[in-house]
Design a binder for this molecule. Structure first.
Ligand SMILES: NC(=O)c1ccc[n+]([C@@H]2O[C@H](COP(=O)([O-])OP(=O)(O)OC[C@H]3O[C@@H](n4cnc5c(N)ncnc54)[C@H](OP(=O)(O)O)[C@@H]3O)[C@@H](O)[C@H]2O)c1
Length: 313
């Protein structure tokens, strides 16, 4: 049997720069920590400067020489995303990998600053805009990666192009599923477009991953917003009994971002039962995530909604 991939297989990352969104907790924090341990410069792109500073301090406590810093990024605001990209471009000429990790799950209906439904707006549209605005520093690197953190919940999702924002009908899990299906459609479409632009030689590649079922802050946020003590207790129990630790949940992300043998279009997740836990391996996405017409439609809708067109890619 082949050996199981662990973070000890990550090559040295000195001289490389990674941006990890939503890296003040959960999967993003664990990924940032490991990347920093391997020598990477890591930008923690977070909406709360206080929480981000705590994460930076935590990493520096373990690793005083770590090259980590925070930069404010609220994915629920196109203005904040543009400000982040401008600042990043002023401070860095190149980017090796953008890890689009931040997310919200199964929350009551809310809107972003630009009027998008919060889960699609944060999980997909915000990351779509961010990726487009960081394409220049990624392309300046030549071989670079975009890693989108999806979920098994993509299987619950359907792209409702006639009601993307859930104005007519909103169900919190369906909206989460739609946003995670969008993560995969975007990953595969972006990789196809990048491959068509650069048919040979080093290029920016787009990959996806999912963390299985990992104990993080994600599960508690919906119940907290709903003020549901029962919901919070159920989620807490699930995290204690069924979920794997966030350290393991971050491995598919780390593999997608750093494994030299990974390629554009690859999708990594845990190898255990129902892909809930385990070591990171290539996993499958369902047919809806491979639908070329849906991917093109989502791309066009995302360009129109965000005003970010990837230079006509
Ligand atoms: N945990 C799981 O079992 C699981 C399963 C499948 C997929 N995932 C995916 O894994 C990713 C990471 O989630 P997690 O489990 O690590 O949860 P988490 O601990 O709640 O981390 C989510 C991160 O996203 C940030 N975030 C939320 N909205 C944001 C916004 N508008 N702008 C910037 N950052 C924002 C959060 O910031 P705040 O701290 O300020 O809220 C937090 O840093 C998500 O994409 C999630 O869908 C997780």
């Amino acid at each position: 049997m082949a050996t199981r991939w662990t973070d000890t297989e990550i090559p040295p990352l000195h001289g490389k720069t990674f941006v990890v969104t939503g890296s003040n907790s959960g999967i993003g924090l664990q990924a940032a920590r490991v990347l920093a341990r391997r020598g990477a410069a890591v930008v923690l792109a977070c909406r709360s400067e206080d929480k981000a500073q705590q994460a930076v301090d935590l990493i520096r406590t373990e690793l005083p020489e770590a090259s980590v810093k925070q930069m404010k990024l609220d994915l629920a605001s196109l203005a904040s995303i543009r400000a982040f990209a401008t600042r990043f471009g002023e401070e860095h000429a190149q980017l090796d990998a953008l890890v689009n990790n931040a997310g919200m799950m199964a929350i009551p209906r809310a809107l972003t600053a630009d009027g998008f439904e919060m889960q699609l707006g944060t999980n997909h549209l915000g990351h779509f805009a961010l990726t487009g605005l960081l394409l220049a520093p990624l392309q300046a690197r030549g071989a670079a990666r975009v890693v989108n953190v999806a979920s098994q919940a993509h299987r619950l999702g359907t792209m409702r192009f006639d009601d993307l924002m859930g104005e007519r009908r909103y169900e919190k899990w369906a909206a989460y599923g739609q946003s995670k299906l969008a993560n995969l459609l975007f990953t595969f479409e972006l990789d196809r477009r990048l491959a068509a632009r650069t048919p040979s030689g080093p290029r920016v590649e787009a990959l996806a991953c999912h963390p299985g079922y990992s104990a993080t802050e994600l599960q508690g946020k919906g119940p907290a917003l709903e003020k549901s003590r029962i919901g919070a207790a159920v989620m807490d129990l699930g995290n204690r009994l069924l979920a794997q630790p966030a350290e393991r949940g971050a491995l598919p992300t780390l593999r997608a971002a750093t494994d030299p043998s990974a390629h554009g279009g690859d999708y990594f997740g845990p190898d255990g039962l129902l892909e809930m836990a385990g070591a990171p391996v290539k996993v499958g996405a369902n047919g809806k995530a491979r639908d070329l017409e849906a991917a093109r439609r989502l791309w066009a809708a995302s360009v129109e909604l965000t005003g970010v067109d990837f230079g006509g890619l």
